[in-house]
Design a protein around this ligand. Structure first.
Ligand code: EPU
Length: 338
């Protein structure tokens, strides 16, 4: 079914709980109906926004355009062999429902991504990642509507240029494709990925042999201890990306701050923890009006109730400035500030 609403509030559709409106809101759970609609509907590319679970956006003003809210449901086996299973999942499925469904069946590959808020359709855009795993590693195909041509297409995961919190859907293909379904390739023989320190520690308490469910439960415990529940304290997960810096710069910082967490990316480049940098600037737990920095994870900005998008954006800007002044690094938002 397709539903089009005018002057629609987006409050229920963004996890920061910001009360802004869009001009038109187009919701559909049927790709063919949506394709036919798109074939008739006219817009400027700058006037559209594709929204999933709404955990990637900070709205600072009303959106004077059309919001597409693809809501395709369903999780099914697409094909399988002895070792692997391919599952085809609707873009509107809650990401964590997919993880729970695959873990229950003993299919491995996304268990470390438990409890990440958002919809399946956002996984290829953001290349969601946590605890040493990224969704892009498991995305075989992305089904989408190519908006300008109003045709349905299937894009190979290997062509999406997945990188840290990034893909072509965020850059060159922005607003070109509307993702409707995603096909993931999962493993019938669990290959645990436990390189991440906090996860290894948490699992040390669990009896062997390990199961996918043990890993999922451990990830859930770690996340619940560190990250606020969007239903209680509206937020968008990590607000900033962890910055990549030249190795030389990371080494200089380590001389000055021996305890700074530095992760190797490649020969030329290292990754730093934005959360650590922000905490060192004294922001952890601080508030500016109704917006604040979460007390247990400085990478997460929260709406303490009734904050506007502008208030949260202002806080983010203050944080960026102080991090630059202390460390010489501009941290970049992971969420789109609209
Ligand atoms: N740290 C601090 N203070 C803080 C936060 C972190 O000192 O307030 C330090 C930690 O002690 C640790 C390091 O920074 O040494 C890394 O922290 P953590 O393990 O919490 O991970 P992160 O780098 O802050 C990233 C992702 C999270 C993901 C975790 C686990 C990004 C932007 N964020 O956070 O993703 O859950 O790793 O893999 O890459 C999200 O995207 O919404 C999200 C929560």
């Amino acid at each position: 079914m397709i539903e089009v609403r005018e002057d629609c509030s987006l409050k229920a559709y963004n996890t920061f709980d910001i009360d802004v409106k869009c001009k038109y809101f187009v919701e559909s759970d049927d790709e063919e109906e949506l394709r036919a609609f798109v074939a008739e509907y006219e817009w400027e590319p700058s006037e559209i926004l594709i929204l999933g679970g709404g955990s990637d956006f900070l709205f600072t003003e009303d959106f004077d355009g059309t919001v597409f809210y693809p809501h395709m449901q369903g999780m099914e086996i697409w094909k399988e062999d002895e070792k692997e299973v391919w599952v085809r999942v609707g873009a509107g499925v809650e990401w964590d429902d997919l993880v729970a469904w695959t873990v229950e069946r003993g299919w491995g590959g996304i268990e470390n991504l438990s409890l990440i808020p958002g919809h399946v359709g956002a996984a290829p855009v953001q290349n969601v990642g946590a605890y040493g795993m990224e969704a892009g590693e498991r995305i075989e195909w992305v089904e989408a509507i190519e908006l300008e041509k109003a045709v349905r297409v299937q894009i190979a995961g290997k062509n999406c240029r997945f990188a840290y919190r990034d893909s072509l859907f965020k850059t060159e293909w922005k607003n070109k494709y509307l993702i409707t379904r995603v096909i993931f390739r999962l493993s019938k023989q669990p290959e645990f990925r436990l390189d991440y320190g906090a996860l290894r520690q948490e699992l040390a308490k669990v009896e062997t042999p390990l199961t996918l469910s043990d890993v999922r439960q451990a990830v859930i415990r770690i996340r619940q201890a560190k990250l606020p529940d969007v239903k209680v304290l509206p937020n968008a997960g990590s607000f900033f990306k962890n910055p990549h810096v030249p190795r030389l710069q990371a080494e200089r910082l380590r001389e000055q701050y021996p305890e700074i967490p530095v992760y190797e990316v490649d020969e030329a480049c290292c990754k730093l923890s934005a959360g650590w940098l922000i905490e060192q600037c004294g922001w952890k737990g601080r508030r500016l009006g109704k917006a604040g920095v979460y007390e247990k994870q400085a990478l997460v900005l929260v709406n303490y109730g009734g904050a506007t998008g502008v208030e949260i954006a202002r806080l983010a800007n203050e944080i960026r400035k102080t991090v630059f002044m202390k460390f010489g690094i501009w941290i970049e938002p992971e969420v789109y500030v609209m």
